[in-house]
Ligand binder design. Structure first.
Ligand SMILES: [Fe+2]
Ligand SMILES: [Fe+2]
Length: 278
């Protein structure tokens, strides 16, 4: 099957800022038009399913979730969408109290009338492939300093889901927002991320070495990279999609999405899809 992956759309409602620690200029770093064109490119590539690994919004405002739901609607309506939340989707106390992410977008882009604990769960976009969707987002009073975390019960449930799906003969991909590991050359430029790591990344890395995970998809860093880590089934790709809406000429930061060819044996190919240059 052909799987699409985008992340960090950071859709914003510019007229509402300054608020939530952001100023209007922060909105200009991202372009909904670029995100639209990346999604069009993925559709043209013939993807069977789309994974969005969080940070759909800039600061979890209701109008921003509305924009995200609208942008992704055709994938949601077709039942071809799996979404995990990012730290920006739980940016404010109010957004968390009202379960805004789950109600307005949720795990499949359709939103939930009654928000219920949802993650982790296994999505089955093809008979050969399972996506285990994880929630690493955590609310904190200072969101700029709040790390991500999966927690021991979610990690345990994840491990069981992976085992079940492997038993069914499927390739299993994990989808979460936060990165597990940074490439050496990005550590200096991504120093900010020291404030918002995934606290239990080491436990995910250990899980990948114990149970057969075919790949890990994430975002959070607005640059694209791939690191292969030792896995129970051999070297396992950990893929950061960067931001699908970032306005940047720096090659690793350019807005993009990814297309993966996946079958029972794992990820066979990885191809970036860029919006056409104006
Ligand atoms: Fe982000
Ligand atoms: Fe993030």
């Amino acid at each position: 099957m052909r799987l699409g992956h985008v992340s960090d759309l950071h859709l914003s409602d510019r007229g509402r800022y300054p608020r939530n620690g952001h100023v209007p200029r922060d909105c200009d770093k991202y372009s909904v038009r670029l995100a639209q064109r990346v999604l069009e490119g993925l559709e043209q590539a013939g993807i069977d399913h789309l994974v969005v690994t969080g940070d759909l919004t800039l600061s979890a405002e209701a109008s921003e979730f509305e924009r995200a739901a609208k942008l992704l609607r055709r994938f949601a309506d077709a039942g071809k969408l799996t979404i995990v939340p990012g730290n920006h989707d739980v940016w404010t106390a109010e957004s968390v109290k009202t379960a805004r992410f789950l109600r307005m977008v949720g795990p499949d882009g359709k939103g939930m009338r009654v928000a219920e604990a949802t993650y982790p769960f296994a999505a089955l976009p093809s008979p050969e492939v399972a996506i285990v969707a994880l929630d690493s987002s955590q609310y904190g009073e200072d969101p700029h300093e709040t790390p991500g975390m999966l927690g021991s019960s979610q990690l345990q449930a994840c491990r069981e889901l992976v085992r079940e799906q492997v038993k069914e003969g499927r390739a299993v991909l994990l989808a979460l927002h936060h990165h597990l590991i940074l490439p050496r050359e990005r550590i200096r430029s991504d120093a900010m991320v020291a404030h918002m790591p995934l606290l239990d990344a080491d436990k995910v890395i250990r899980m990948v070495s114990d149970v057969r995970v075919a790949g890990v998809l994430h975002g959070h860093r607005h640059c694209a990279f791939r690191i292969d880590i030792p896995g129970a089934a051999g070297p396992t790709p950990v893929l950061c999609a960067g931001s699908a809406s970032r306005v940047s000429d720096v090659p690793v930061r350019r807005a993009r999405g990814y297309v993966y060819e996946v079958d029972r044996g794992g990820i066979r190919s990885v191809r970036p899809v860029f919006p056409p240059l104006d």
